[in-house]
Design a protein around this ligand. Structure first.
Ligand SMILES: Nc1ncnc2c1ncn2[C@@H]1O[C@H](COP(=O)(O)OP(=O)(O)OP(=O)(O)O)[C@@H](O)[C@H]1O
Ligand SMILES: [Mg+2]
Length: 278
């Protein structure tokens, strides 16, 4: 069985609001295995982004234990975590967060320069990364000159610049149409296959979730269900019901699973792996 690159145990997160404490995560436990594509789904406000922010260390948990690549990050100071994640974890955010005053190439160079690479090396590597995400021709464009799909590609190039083991993606296809969204998912699958990256992503789209190896369902700050995705028989109707009010879901005709153009590649990858249900 492939080993876990990330483990979360009994993670709690509470925000202190003027009106009183708001408990957002209520004991979340799961793991992410090597080369796994794990999806977290759940309605708006269920705690998905909060959880990802804890994993990336841009917010701190109230209680719990997080281990990344065998290192306990729960007790690390913010500075230590920042250094640690620079080499191990990349994140693409719900809102991209590209630096508006920097061109695409400069955005991708930034994490390399921060990691101590020379400007020349960073430039060469950043061009390679933009090539990888098919954005090299747009290298000198500023974020406001790019479409959402293009911004997302630059954000992915930036997130993988320091060859992380884990890529955290908050709704990676949110602002994209189906074709662009499929392209981003193809890219993520390719990174998993060729760069040994494990991906944890959130999504509101059942078709995107169906491309994951496993889907965790979060409801009101708790993981309530785990599914191993079988591409042939993925229950789109059940998946849609997660995002909608029950009475709407009741009347929704069951959608047919879409044929995946890279289903064979994905299958062969999966056949060499074993997943566990917990
Ligand atoms: N910094 C914060 N301070 C106070 N409350 C917060 C903060 N961040 C998030 N919350 C609250 O935590 C809850 C979960 O928010 P979160 O952003 O994790 O939801 P989500 O599942 O990512 O939703 P969406 O699908 O809309 O992105 C919400 O009720 C939100 O208002
Ligand atoms: Mg969110």
């Amino acid at each position: 069985m492939s080993s876990a690159v990330l483990e979360c145990k009994d993670v709690f997160k509470q925000y202190e609001l003027r009106s009183g404490p708001l408990e957002v995560l209520k004991g979340v436990s799961f793991d992410l295995k090597e080369k796994e594509l794990l999806a977290i789904v759940g309605i708006s406000g269920s705690g998905k982004t909060t959880l990802l922010n804890l994993l990336f260390g841009i917010d701190t948990m109230t209680e719990g234990h997080i281990e990344i690549d065998g290192n306990n990050v729960s007790n690390m100071s913010k500075d230590d975590f920042r250094l640690f994640r620079r080499d191990k974890v990349g994140m693409i955010f719900q809102e991209f967060y590209l630096i508006p005053s920097m061109t695409a190439i400069e955005n991708v160079m930034a994490p390399l320069i921060i990691a101590g690479k020379s400007e020349q090396l960073a430039l060469t590597k950043a061009y390679r990364l933009l090539e990888r995400v098919e954005m090299r021709p747009m290298a000198n464009k500023y974020p406001h000159q790019l479409s959402n799909g293009q911004k997302q590609r630059v954000a992915i190039a930036r997130a993988i610049a320091n060859s992380p083991k884990i890529l955290i993606c908050d709704e990676p296809t949110r602002a994209l149409d189906t074709t662009l969204g499929d392209g981003i998912m193809d890219l993520l699958e390719e990174l998993i296959e060729n760069e040994n990256i494990a991906v944890i992503m959130t999504t509101h789209d059942p078709e995107v979730a169906a491309r994951a190896d496993r889907v965790l369902i979060i409801r009101n700050g708790k993981l309530v269900e785990e599914k191993i995705v079988d591409k042939e028989s993925f229950d789109f109707r059940a998946a849609k019901a997660i995002y909608r009010e029950p009475e709407i879901a009741e009347n929704e005709p069951a959608a047919k699973p879409k044929a995946k153009k890279n289903a064979t590649t994905k299958k062969s990858k999966k056949s060499s792996k074993k997943s566990k249900t917990s």
